[in-house]
Design a protein around this ligand. Structure first.
Ligand code: F6P
Length: 326
């Protein structure tokens, strides 16, 4: 077992519900193993500026149920430069930090990968935290389950007003260039159609679907991932209004409500398991890897392989959504 005495912990990039549960798990498991934990505020920028605070069991009390991140986050242009990373390294050395647990998504993992290659004496484990669920090496990322439940709660509300007015709603959800949020919520809300970047979106096919649907259907929902190529919900809404001016069409972009909210039980459990596994992995000498859960097993994926991965859109999902939207 590598004698890690002090771990640096930070959240970086977009926040996601469950980050606090992961922070709690890293701090408490490290203390369980008599390892000190230093919290680094504001992500890589805070690392460069030395925003480093001691963390104890009490500092993570009563946060498991909270969305957001108590350590704050952000994106750092400075850290993208070798000079910026050198400043960060000096701060870690100055604070006797031997290892890092990085909570974040794509951008964070790319950042710690470069850092780890330049400064291999600082061990690094990344924990996948993003609502986009676009990383390889974990069936789900922390925050995805909460985000999709936030979406269906919102769209169920939209369905009620759509029903009342016999309207068609085009609903846009987040995901950067991943369609994972639109895919599952499309099935969860009983959408007519789902438009995701992973599959070629065909407006004519969408028009056909809307026209072919039952005439007595009084409300229709189309889910659109923000990264979908026709340009998102407003573009699709504009095209439908042009083609079918008799449809009472509205567009709704859900935006940042998808990033907040109390994490679900699934996200709290995932965050707790991955947080503990990250600390135990550092003790076991792992470095340069992302911890994840595949088929309920803890797995490790080299950082370079974990980034930017489009889960193959299970065509089954699209087929079922279309079949069930009769
Ligand atoms: O990566 C998470 C995410 O919420 C994406 O789904 C979205 O495209 C992006 O971040 C929004 O970023 P910002 O909060 O900087 O607007």
């Amino acid at each position: 077992m590598t004698p890690i005495k002090k771990i640096g912990l930070f959240t970086s990039g977009s926040d996601s519900p469950g980050m606090n549960a992961a922070i709690r798990a890293v701090v408490r498991s490290a203390i369980f193993y008599n390892i000190e934990v230093a919290g680094i505020r504001h992500g890589f920028e805070g690392m460069i500026n030395g925003e480093i605070i001691p963390m104890g069991t009490k500092s993570v009390s009563n946060i498991i149920q909270r969305g957001g991140t108590m350590l704050k986050t952000g994106r750092s242009e400075q850290f993208k430069s070798p000079e910026g990373r050198k400043l960060a390294y000096e701060q870690l050395k100055k604070n006797d930090i031997q290892a890092l647990v990085a909570l974040g998504g794509n951008g964070t993992i790319i950042g710690v990968k470069e850092f780890n290659e330049e400064y291999p004496d600082i061990a690094v484990i990344a924990v996948p935290c993003t609502i986009d669920n676009d990383l390889r090496g974990s069936d789900f990322t922390i925050g995805y389950d909460t985000a999709i439940n936030t979406v269906i709660e919102a769209v169920d509300k939209i369905r009620e007003t759509a029903e009342s007015h016999d309207r068609l709603f085009i609903v846009e959800v987040m995901g950067r260039d991943s369609g994972m949020i639109a895919l599952r919520t499309g099935m969860g809300v009983g959408a007519e159609a789902i438009m995701v970047p992973e599959t070629k979106s065909d407006l004519n096919a969408l028009f056909d679907r809307l026209e072919r649907g039952r005439k007595d259907k009084t409300s229709k929902i189309v889910m659109v991932a923000e990264g979908d190529e026709p340009g998102g919900a407003f573009e699709i809404g504009r095209a439908i209004m042009e083609r079918y001016p008799h449809y009472d069409t509205r567009v709704s972009v859900l935006g940042h409500i998808q990033r907040g909210g109390k994490p679900t039980c699934m996200d709290r459990v995932l965050a707790s398991r991955l947080g503990v596994a990250a600390v135990e992995a550092l003790m076991a000498g792992h470095t340069g890897e992302m911890v994840g859960l595949i088929h309920n097993d803890i797995v490790f994926t080299p950082l370079g392989q974990s980034v930017k991965h489009h889960h193959d859109v299970n065509a089954e999902f699209i087929r079922i959504v279309e079949m069930l939207s009769l």
